[in-house]
Write a protein that binds this ligand. Sequence first.
Ligand code: NAD
Length: 377
Amino acid sequence: MRIGIPKETFPGERRVATTPEVAEKIMKLGFEVAVESGAGDAANFSDDAFREASVAVVENAADLWAGSDIVLKVRAPSLAEVELMKEGGCLISFIWPAQNPELMDRLAATGGTVLAMDSVPRISRAQKLDALSSMANIAGYRAVIEAAHHFGRFFCGQVTAAGKVPPAKVFVIGAGVAGLAAIGAASGLGAIVRATDTRPEVKDQVKSMGAEFVEVDYQEEGTGVGGYAKVMSEGYQKAQAEMIARQAMDVDVIITTALIPGKPAPKLITAGMVKSMKPGSVIVDMAAEQGGNCELTVPGEVVVRHDVTIIGYTDLPSRLARQSSTLYATNLLHLLEELCPQKDGTIVVDMEDEVIRGTTVIKDGTITWPPPPPKIS
Ligand code: NAD
């Protein structure tokens, strides 16, 4: 079978779904691999680098899609791209089926099979395919780099001949994959890091990363369905708001990542809290795409309000395109290894396999989403 990788068409997207090095490994599974010319340019993988890895370079998107039995993508395809898909073909990509019902119907009409990287069950066996985690890890790191870039001081404390510099204080709200990566990056730069989360089980992980865990003075279990966060009671929200208000006055940087699956992002940082922060402070709102954790966030933009810089970028992994392409391509390679156990260049979509069943959102033209509930391990 031939695997094709088109150039991403979403405005500003710099990632690509494979790299020359990973393509060579895909070929060892028995597949042919082709990329659209320029597909890797924005991630610093040139057409020549792909050619050197024996990958075919196809001049335009229409020929690439028409000649591919399996298409690998990063962003969900546009409806125009679905028109290019081979009848009965296979697509592996981020899809977000709940948010994209029309796309799902159009994809099903091709009679093909679609595996959604956002639907990989979050169980131990599937960790190597977990693109949500690999991208969240990069986003958390990049959030700290963006904060450091906009912050007018060092993150680390220093004693110099020109004076003593205190370390920056960083507060991370939501210590999932992205939050823990942000804690690691901020600690690495020498900041004093604190973090909070509604799920009590992350407390030890926060401490093990060298950060202080900040408790909310209210007794409530924050773990909901599938191990994810739930919407908290009014009493908890009030107590949490008081805690965040105290932190806002004290810290220099807030990185906020709080999300609840299927719900808008909880509003945790009010305009008043922003106003209470020190001049020159920075907020990175990693929940911007889902509406933001801060009332003043503008998704996709950097704004300054009350002398505080609020970063609402929604493309943090794409801002580290070479790294994120490499990790995403490796997640896809691991999925192909599961789909092609015989290494004979063909795929078997085994709906009895928990991981493949969960990931497959359309099978031979039939919508199979939602998958069975994930078992978090
Ligand atoms: P996420 O991106 O959905 O949410 C980010 C964090 O925000 C979470 O830690 C959440 O608890 C927290 N949060 C939500 N509302 C909040 C609030 N009001 N205040 C403070 N914090 C709040 O999270 P994620 O990184 O995708 O991970 C979520 C779950 O998935 C966890 O249970 C994690 O262990 C699990 N997971 C499992 C695997 C695996 O393969 N086993 C891999 C990754 C994640």
